[in-house]
Write a new protein. Sequence first.
Length: 730
Amino acid sequence: MTGRGNGGFEAATADALAGRLTDPFAFLGLHDTPQGRVIRAFMPGAERVEVVEREGGALAGTLEPVAPGLFVGPAPASPRYRLRATWPGGVHEAEDPYAFGLVLDADDLRLFAAGEHWRLAERLGANPATIDGIEGVVFAVWAPNARRVSVVGDFNSWDGRRHPMRLRLEAGVWELFVPRLGAGERYKFEIVGPDGTLLPLKADPLARRTEAPPATSSVVAPAFEFEWGDDEWMAERAARQRPDAPMAIYEVHAASWLRPETDPRGVLDWDALAARLIPYVAGLGFTHVEFLPLAEHPFGGSWGYQPLGLFAPSARYGSPEGFARFVDAAHRAGIGVIVDWVPAHFPSDAHGLARFDGSALYEHQDPREGFHPDWNTLIYNLGRREVGGFLIASALHWLERFHIDGLRVDAVASMLYRDYSRKHGEWTPNVHGGRENLESVAFLRRLNGVVADRVPGAIVIAEESTAWPGVTAPVSEGGLGFSYKWNMGWMHDTLQYLGRDPLHRSHHHNEITFGTVYAFSERFVLPISHDEVVHGKGSLANKAPGDVWRRLANLRAYLGFMWSHPGKKLLFMGCEIGEGREWNHDGEVDWDLLRDPAHSGVQALVRDLNRIYASEPALHASDADPSGFEWVVLDDRGASVFVFLRRAAKGRPILCVMNMTPVTREDYVVGAPVGGIWRRILDTDAPGYGGSGAGGEERREAFAETMHGRPFSLRLTAPPLSTTLWAPDV
């Protein structure tokens, strides 16, 4: 009856009972034996197992229990059969998983092994499918060093002996088609490591849906069907995100932007966020919203920067389809969506990627390469083709499936250097003896090349805090190929200046001016991000010294300078209202501050800055072009005054005047490129923004007298702690 001899049958039975069945298709299902064709089914806990014909459902035989949970009996004439199992709680009838052939195509396995399967989540993971006319779910997972892998879930009482999987040796992928399952099923993988150790249950690395944390199971997602209505946006997207386009990004932590009125610890789902956040962002004139990572992550206190579900939008906010509705609504409102994405490291949670198959599979074996001391996380082994392909497939999943307009790649600096945050002896050099991480460099170049090829018009932004050359240069020219880079040097220097007492600012004049030395070495985003308003750094408004009025005046002047300076803009939520408390991810933006005119005035200023930034080509079209910036007054240290011109091929020039002392500078003469009437188009000290209104007349006439190397001069008033923008009447 066994087809393997008695000894072979007994050994396989023992393996099945012990959960050691490494080749289940060689033992279970339909088999020819010397005694005839038989069916073997392993269903521990079943009281009775019958064979019925697939067509018509007629009883074709009964399988007899020959060992605890193992049922064996003669097979019907047709190989198309179902198993009807009687359990203590009822009867379940389905096709035999071990009656089906290979599931994954050879091309899928070849592409995965080469690290070139860009639609990976549609083949690996859990995908509803119809095979031989039978609906079910295909499960597939990469675990090349495992002895045995099973899929477990509510459907089999989380018993790893019930559904062991088939190993496709050529790619190290285990697969199984489970008939009669569908979307919504919870599942994980039970894995026995190479040394025979039973590992903690593992969530699916390619799950497209998950349970809401703190639960950690993966969930079978339905086929993604969404009717997009953003054709107009997608057609215009490339133009909206070019270096000469206005880009003002509002950075958001989705959970703590606004809490439900009835639940101060709850979160808004995607539909509620669409109803509240999109009109707010559009009303303030921002062009984009950027979310802290949305990929599923077990620990909310990581803000998403320690993700484990790189293909699943966090279930905290609803379904993947709900997220698609948000993106679609944002696009219809003219707002782009950027998502932070984390390929640098991952947490070591037992249900996650750490030693996934009992070996260092996704991470490096050597802790000098595979452990991140700053965050107590594990580092992806980017030199492994399957790992690099997995990550690029994740990036494409967000960009292609959800129409995301850009990814902001987190912690790029930590990827580029082998000695990042490591002391002598705690890191290993590259093959040339250097500190550069050559595998990461190759990965980033490949990532950006694939995105540019497959998702034209989308952008990839690097958070890179060092002077690595050519971050935004084309790969063909030796660069990394990013669209933009966060200007961390500008942020650090200017915030340090903002925190200084005005009495001492004259000694630190270069903290404002030095950024223009390298402002055009890359295509930059000027970031005032979440990292600058947390962990004891205080709010943006409270970085400046003085009483409340002076702090807010400093903030307004700083924002005016930021929006005038070359580079795209990024501002973290709450900064636009002059929030006084640093960000707390368990709270929400202090919206009650808007009852105070001083704080609503900051919000009004941000709205006007975005309007002027978008409407004046001089302020955005030359963000990456050195010909669009000229210092007019660079060296007035004593007065702490800075004056510069912004230009563009089209549109009028804009003169920017910043006074960073609380002293009004009257009759301040500056050079001007053209004569005639100049009009003040923005004054951060205006009463409507909460300022003193000391700026005087809004119209001044340039007179024909050379000053600062320009043929005309303007006699202006520079209000205290202010930035003013002037433009010639046209």
